[in-house]
Design a protein. Structure first.
Lengths: 323, 666
């Protein structure tokens, strides 16, 4: 019994010694492991620069400038919410925002409905699926500038579709939306849907094909009509796919710029001006502070979208852990 | 119920014919295709017409004097402002920008994706998140900060400037693509390369780079198209000397004085669109070629019953014969199990009976009706699926009643059936829940409930218990058996699990290669397998097979293998036994006795124990007979140990003997 304290002292000393050695080995290994990551950090330096330099610092720069009175060059003369107050008092900006809502709702709605219809019809084990797919998708390979120019001709009141149909004898046919400020946006919706609906179709078709084939078998045994299966069973199961399609469409809508320039140049009047054209015009007009306020406003719906997604994911996680 | 007495003409339409519905589908697709093709046609037609033809005809009219003059003009002499060089400078600018920016952005994205997948460091995931967020930011928001930064370093309005901008904005999507691609590679590959001593760049260049060709093709097509079609960045960043083709095109169109010269504009438009269109076509070809390489998936297979009759049913997928002139009669109220290894045709047969697959030949009768071409819902069957196939957005009650609502049954009848089924299966407390809130066993019960409410004579089960754990599987197995005893419906049940088959079936159909090998009561299949495949497939641990020859000794048949001679006078041969025939002697491990019991057997021999495998309830001991392995089941309490010399014995009357050539029972 008496020898025990000494014994344990000795052992603890050895353990301590081993502990030190172990600790040293560990820290050396840690250092080596960190060193091993060095090439990875060097290799991704461009990514670090882009992520931090452009997407963090660049964006912050935009937001900061929106609170200054910058003209052509950035100044840091802070003017509070002045630029925003002026922005929302400018008729052209307010109109642009109304336009983007109308255009966005129209284009996304039309693309989803037409895209889903096309996907469903493509899913009927048709002959020549690849040919149809090529036809529906090729416009997407063309730039928005080309799309805009072609549809400008198609919708030209004197030489376009309207004139052609009239020359076939249907003399009171009317479809020349670009001629009037009230309908010009509709023409743009048609053109951009032509350009992009193929992608929506392809995404939704992939979603359709991803549905468990046993679900289809079950509905056939249950004798559920096919159209009803698509609408009430398959479509709700494809929520994720539809969300993907909507997000892609939405991002495209917020950016809308090229097609406006090519198709209408913003006219007639200001009837097809968009926030994106407003920002670029403000920069060109050497009114950077004002333009950056507009740009920051453009960022808001995207931020809302991301927050929404974060919230959805958090909810899904909570549900998963609750079970 | 003889087959001849059944209706000769199959009910239901024979598939593959052009019905009104099919014509409607094609009509819709063709009209849509026209909508997509018209602008292209207008572009081409207009570019080949002089202005007076445009003035006098309509845009869809064919050119009377087709000319390529406007193409030449658009390419070389159309004016943009004061310069009249056509599109060609823009074309070469676009080529320059693309050739520089595409390799740069793809190389960087590749390294990013590789590092993010295999060499994560602290903060790398955060960087990736920021990058993906960047993919969603409207470009216009970042235009000014980049203008400012580039002009500070003197690159604004230069070729390197526009290349940098394209590299920045291409990075998020391309990095995502490469990261997902590398994530799909087996991580063992990376680990093996590290063990082999390769570092960050070594693995990248020698292992990853050569494997990423297909995804690189995709990335190149994507990026070339994106850069070629870009307008905004070219307009803002490229500078006057480097304006890309799209900007030039817009300038040409905007420059027109007086009437719009649509011919030139459309020619210019086509010229600008040619590169991405050609690329798009290449992408389609690559895709088709890629898909062909992957080949066709294997379809599942199925079964029948005596209220179900399957006559000479065959099914081909292309050149592959999945079912070969198969016959099966299922009696009323019988429980038939289709058993076999995967790919044997059992699920295919079941799906053919259900009408989910169309047969290539033969006929199927259910309750005396020829249903070969009828829709599944009209066949009087119900089916339970392996993955349950519950409709996820409906409650249990909704799932049970959906088919009935579609059949327009009265409300109270639906309620009555749902109530009865949920009582039978004890799922009443679950009726208001959705499938996601149910356990695997509960889901399977609901799936069975959905079959029950259909009130039909024939139930089809497609491996319904395979997704459940062992305990639940045995519980539900008993429940299905109880259900069958109560309902007395005809049931056809597909499984690869022989315990399920043995416990549930009135008769088992053992399948292989699209053919029913043996259809018999479970015990008969166990005791008298018709061939070596069935003998080996049924029973666990598997039957012992000993190669040897059949000889005659003193007028009695004898099986000789090495130094062992087994007297076969107690074995009842199917036909005549011929002396000298090469044969396989099969005896089940559980029929081999040891010790005193062995000595009492008609055949016994000395053997030494080589290996023992304890299995819980009993122990499997490996000895040898005639120089070949022989396993036997022994009581765990008195199991022999390796090296023991023991006496083994069995009754040759309970053995099975197969022809060594044909594998058929002798």
């Amino acid at each position: 019994m008496a020898a025990k304290p000494r014994g344990s002292l000795l052992t603890s000393a050895i353990v301590q010694d081993a502990g030190i050695a172990e600790g040293r080995l560990q820290s050396r290994a840690r250092r080596r492991r960190q060193l091993g990551k060095l090439p990875s950090i060097i290799g991704t330096l461009p990514m670090i620069v882009v992520a931090v330099g452009v997407f963090v610092i660049g964006l912050s720069f935009t937001v900061v400038l929106s609170f200054t009175s910058s003209k052509l060059f950035p100044t840091f003369n802070f003017v509070g919410w002045y630029q925003y107050e002026r922005l929302w008092a400018t008729a052209r900006w307010v109109e642009s925002v109304k336009h983007i809502w109308f255009y966005g709702a129209g284009q996304i709605g039309l693309s989803l409905v037409l895209g889903f219809l096309l996907a469903v019809f493509m899913d009927q084990r048709i002959r020549g699926e690849d040919t149809f797919r090529t036809i529906f998708l090729y416009p997407f390979a063309l730039s928005a500038i080309i799309t805009g120019l072609v549809w400008q001709l198609m919708l030209d009141p004197i030489w376009g579709l309207q004139a052609a149909v009239r020359s076939w004898g249907w003399t009171d046919f009317k479809f020349a939306p670009l001629a009037s400020g009230e309908t010009a946006l509709i023409g743009m919706i048609v053109a951009s849907t032509w350009n992009g609906v193929g992608v929506t179709m392809a995404i939704l078709l992939a979603g359709l094909r991803g549905v468990d084939s046993e679900i289809w078998n079950a509905t056939r045994v249950d004798g559920i009509p096919r159209w009803r299966t698509y609408l009430w069973i398959v479509l709700p199961m494809m929520r994720g796919t539809v969300a993907t399609a909507v997000i892609l469409l939405l991002v495209g809508v917020v950016r809308t710029f090229d097609i406006v320039i090519a198709m209408t140049g913003g006219g007639p009047g200001i009837s097809t001006q968009m926030p994106a054209t407003y920002v670029i015009d403000s920069i060109n007009a050497r009114n950077v502070g004002h333009g950056m306020a507009a740009a920051t406003c453009m960022l808001l719906p995207i931020l809302a979208l991301i927050l929404l997604q974060v919230a959805f994911r958090a909810r899904a996680n909570r549900r998963a852990t609750a079970r | 119920m003889s087959v001849a007495a059944m209706a000769v003409e199959p009910a239901g339409p024979k598939p593959g014919k052009l019905t009104a519905g099919r014509i409607g589908i094609y009509a819709f697709l063709v009209v849509s295709a026209l909508f997509f093709l018209l602008p292209l046609a207008v572009m081409i037609l207009t570019s080949m017409k002089p202005m007076d033809e445009i003035h006098n005809g309509n845009i869809f009219a064919l050119p009377q004097h087709p000319t390529f003059d406007y193409w030449v003009k658009a390419w070389s002499s159309a004016c943009t402002g004061r310069d009249c060089y056509g599109l060609s400078p823009g074309f070469f600018n676009s080529v320059k920008i693309t050739v520089l920016a595409v390799p740069a952005s793809i190389a960087l994205a590749m390294i990013n994706g590789y590092a993010l997948c295999f060499w994560r460091y602290r903060g790398s995931e955060f960087l990736f998140t920021v990058l993906v967020f960047g993919a969603f930011v409207p470009y216009q928001v970042l235009v000014y900060p980049i203008i400012y930064a580039l002009s500070r370093v003197g690159l604004f309005g230069t070729l390197p400037g526009i290349v940098i901008v394209h590299t920045i904005f291409g990075m998020p999507i391309l990095t995502l693509i490469f990261r997902n691609f590398f994530a799909s590679l087996p991580v063992e590959l990376f680990k093996a390369a590290r063990v082999d001593g390769a570092g960050f760049w070594g693995i990248f260049v020698r292992i990853m780079l050569p494997m990423s060709l297909p995804i690189t093709v995709v990335a190149v097509i994507l990026q070339v198209t994106g850069i070629w079609n870009d307008f905004l960045f070219g307009l803002v960043f490229a500078g006057h000397d480097n304006l890309p083709m799209t900007v030039q095109l817009n300038n040409i169109v905007r420059t027109s004085t007086g009437t719009v010269e649509y011919s030139t504009n459309m020619a210019a438009t086509i010229l600008t669109g040619l590169v991405p269109l050609v690329l798009f076509r290449i992408g389609q070809v690559v895709r088709a070629w890629h898909r062909r390489g992957r080949g066709q998936g294997v379809m599942p297979m199925g079964a029948t019953n005596s209220s179900v009759v399957v006559r000479e049913v065959s099914l081909n997928f292309g050149a592959v014969e999945v079912l070969k002139s198969l016959n099966l009669d299922v009696r009323k109220g019988e429980f038939i199990v289709l058993l076999g290894p995967s790919g044997c045709g059992k699920s295919t047969l079941l799906n053919c009976i259900a009408g989910l697959l169309d047969v290539s030949g033969g006929q199927i009768f259910i309750e005396g009706r020829n249903v070969t071409w009828e829709e599944p819902k009209d066949r009087g069957i119900a089916m339970v699926f392996q993955s349950y196939a519950l409709y996820p957005q409906m409650t249990v009650e909704g799932n049970l009643s959906f088919g009935l609502k579609n059949a327009r049954l009265p409300r109270d009848e639906i309620d009555r059936r749902v109530k009865r089924a949920s009582e039978t299966l004890q799922i009443e407390p679950l009726l208001k829940r959705k499938p996601a809130a149910l356990s695997g066993g509960q889901r399977q019960r609901v799936a069975i409930g959905r079959a029950l409410v259909r009130d039909v004579d024939v139930f089809l089960f497609d491996e319904p218990l395979s997704n459940l754990d062992a305990k639940l599987r045995s519980d539900l197995r008993v429940e299905i058996k109880r259900l069958h005893q109560r309902l007395k419906n005809t049931m056809i049940y597909v499984t690869h699990d022989q315990i399920e088959a043995m416990t549930l079936a009135d008769r088992i159909a053992v399948m292989r290669g699209g053919i029913i090998q043996q259809l018999d009561a479970p015990h008969a299949i166990y005791a008298r397998p018709v061939n070596r495949f069935v003998a080996g497939f049924i029973g666990a641990p598997g039957m012992n097979f000993i190669d040897g020859t059949i000889e005659e000794a003193g007028g009695k048949p004898v099986f000789r293998a090495g130094d062992a001679r087994i007297d076969l006078s107690r074995y009842s041969f199917e036909g005549r036994s011929e002396a000298g025939r090469k044969a396989v002697f099969g005896v089940r491990p559980e029929h081999v006795a040891t010790g005193e019991a062995a000595s009492a057997m008609p055949f016994s021999a000395e053997a030494s124990v080589e290996i023992v495998e304890p299995m819980g309830s009993d122990t499997l001991a490996w000895t040898s007979l005639g120089g070949q392995n022989l396993s036997m089941r022994a009581d765990s309490e008195k199991a022999p140990r390796p090296g023991d010399r023991i006496r083994i014995g069995f009754d040759p009357g309970r053995a099975s003997i197969f022809d060594a050539g044909t594998d058929m029972r002798l």
